[in-house]
Design a protein around this ligand. Sequence first.
Ligand code: NAP
Ligand code: MG
Length: 479
Amino acid sequence: MNNWEYSESIESEKIVNIEKKYGNFIDGKFVTPKSKQYIDTISPSTEKILSSISIGNQQDVDYAVASAKEGLKKWSKTNPSERAKYLFKLARLIQERSREFAVLESLDGGKPIKESRDFDLPQVAQNFFYYAGWADKLDIAWGNEQYKPYGVVGQIIPWNFPLLMLSWKVAPALATGNTVVLKPAETTPLTALLFAELCEEVGLPDGVFNLVTGDGSTGSHLVNHKDIKKIAFTGSTGVGKYIQKSLAGKDVGLTLELGGKAANIVYSDAALDEAVEGVVNGIFFNQGHVCCAGSRLLVQEDIEEKFIKKLEKRMQTLNVGNPLDKNTDVGAINSKDQLDKIEKLVNEGVADGGDLFQIECELPKNGFWFKPSLFTSVQANYKIATEEIFGPVLTTLTFRTPEEAVEIANNTEYGLSAGIWTEKGSKILWTADRLEAGVIWANTFNKFDPASPFGGYKESGFGREGGRHGLLSYLKVSS
Ligand code: NAP
Ligand code: MG
């Protein structure tokens, strides 16, 4: 099948200035890690080394937490409208330097520039604007109730939306008077390091935002630190459970934003071409490295054949390749480890008896790539129908009645998001009422707004990020 041919349109890398080596950002400045240990961060689309980042050890985490504790004395008492000014300044600077951030995000993590430029960065700036607006209105939010910040907050984020996850966590935490120690993912630390430079530039008081790069061990030191009063974690359900166990019995706040296996339900009365677009966006956006990805297509049995045909035709038009090419729809898989995980699950799906469709396309020689894929003839008990693949792989299941659709959709340990496609408003409401999912989209998918809370049910975690609810993740409220 022939694709539309596009000429290359490569975004220049010249706008970013990457240091050979980075330390941690503690007490308002970049410091040499006490661990003296470094690891390379690479570009997953070329395997080229971009920089060396520090692997923070116990001493580095101690230093960062001590700095946040010191910073808290002033920050928690800073006039809320003053706190807002810093957040507004950060939002403005992020907008001014958004192209630079977007290129860096695509280089370090492999996501297409059109997504980092048009989705991640605008959302990041909006989050800072949004929570800047709340900082001096907390009295309005809680009326007569008493509230206070937790104190020193540890924040651990994943690699799929590195700067966006930073903004979801840092903006509300600072707006409510907490101070922060952040641990970004090992494979995507560069935009967080650039954000630390912005904190320096806006003159954020020392110790308010601290950054310790590293691996899982660094995150574990943070979780178990005696002076941390709250942990906010986004990542896998496995690590989330480990953190929850570590904190059991301690007076430490916890919010967990974990994995998902969302159902995208297409009823036979849906506008099928629109539904195809929504299903494609739902699973191939950000290479499927999306916690709320619509990774289980639930299609009504009488339209299965027609819908799958349309879907395969549309999938074939996806451009896979260089993340910095403005025409790219699907970029590189974030790491070799993640690619291995996707390949293993897909091979198991084939061995179990699933029919695999993959688009015809040429993949670059270097880097980590996976062709957009679709499974049909899947049984509900196959691993590909139950486990999060976290890659560009869609699994199809069929249903006959709305009741059956709901039953299949809820037949998962996760409960983060879901999609419903139908022309009947009443069917949307009937279905949404019965789905166990934190976010439900109807006749659209992957729509985000800083004012709208996001979070899971069941093993997708607890606590909400975004909106007024997101403030609660960083305040102790009592009446
Ligand atoms: P992960 O392995 O759980 O890692 C997440 C973060 O935790 C990383 O910074 C990681 O460091 C760190 N970490 C690893 N082991 C740790 C430990 N023992 N103690 C403390 N921290 C530790 O998850 P991932 O593979 O990076 O991310 C993918 C997962 O995140 C998916 O399951 C996805 O669904 C979920 N996710 C959820 C949301 C949401 O909002 N619900 C959003 C995005 C992603 P290293 O990077 O150095 O390993
Ligand atoms: Mg990287």
